[in-house]
Design a protein around this ligand. Structure first.
Ligand code: SF4
Length: 106
């Protein structure tokens, strides 16, 4: 290996392509559900991991507010089912997400 080739190897970032961040919102297991409120005709939107990966410390299932879904990311998940190009998807999702926890009426 000559000097130029050695420098090229040193400058290559092998980690970036194989360790891209996983956005849960781009996974088929990430589902939006209604959290009924106030007598049954109002609801908040929540997100659940249908593969059961979101857990509290004591093992109870954790659900998140829908407007925060773009923030849910992990380095690796053995149940990740990608639904498309994550960068493009998250970019478009951020444009449509509510900015706070909204109360909806049926
Ligand atoms: S299966 Fe993994 S990647 Fe998919 S929503 Fe659950 S935790 Fe996120």
């Amino acid at each position: 290996m000559n000097e130029v080739q050695e420098r090229a190897v040193e400058e290559t970032d092998f980690s970036s392509s194989s360790h891209e961040k996983i956005y849960c919102a781009n996974c088929a297991n990430c589902k939006i559900v209604r959290d009924m409120h106030g007598g049954g005709n109002k609801y908040y939107l929540r997100v659940r991991c249908m593969a059961g990966k979101w857990r509290k410390k004591l093992g109870e299932e954790k659900i998140y507010k829908y407007f925060t879904v773009a923030r849910r990311s992990i380095d690796y998940c053995d149940a990740y089912v990608p639904m498309g190009d994550p960068k493009e998807f998250i970019k478009e999702l951020k444009k449509t997400l509510p900015i706070k926890d909204e109360l909806y009426t049926i």
